[in-house]
Ligand binder design. Sequence first.
Ligand SMILES: C[S@@+](CC[C@H](N)C(=O)[O-])C[C@H]1O[C@@H](n2cnc3c(N)ncnc32)[C@H](O)[C@@H]1O
Length: 168
Amino acid sequence: MPGACRTARALFDLPVAVGAGEALPVRTGTVGAAWCLGVLCTTPERPAVLRELHRVLADDGELGLLVFERQQARLHDTPEGNDFPTGAELERQLHAAGLVAVARVRCDELAPAPPSWGERADRVQAAVAAAHGNDPRFRAAQDQQRRIADLLADGEISGELVHARRLP
Ligand SMILES: C[S@@+](CC[C@H](N)C(=O)[O-])C[C@H]1O[C@@H](n2cnc3c(N)ncnc32)[C@H](O)[C@@H]1O
């Protein structure tokens, strides 16, 4: 998503690079801390992305993941482009890539975010809706969000924050 990277650059004035998760434009063993938020359940290339994260992490590097995990065998709805692993599948794929989870927490167990964060997010959402509300891509994104929110509310999937490291 080059547009998202351009916006991140404009907002934070930090270097950005666009690349595929399974072929990161980053040197081997150089990354002290990586995060991969909501990506692993949107790619069929999950094992390759995990192997690539393992490749770029420094020996003592830390990895943060946000993964929506499937809590039951069949879901009443599978939003397009998503493939939710079970917790056991994710653990197996982490190990196969040379990684291990050292801590995890369910997102719904976290303390609520400060109200000011929600207010700012609402303002952004309103500005995007005002500018793009008639764009079919905006409506598709909203539909996907609603379908994922329904699965979360029903407990069919859960958001998991995972802290992982390279296997010793
Ligand atoms: C749910 S969004 C999360 C975006 C962002 N990490 C965030 O937290 O807002 C999933 C992102 O994963 C990206 N993605 C999916 N498969 C990918 C792959 N194989 N390589 C790189 N990015 C991928 C999509 O382009 C999309 O931007």
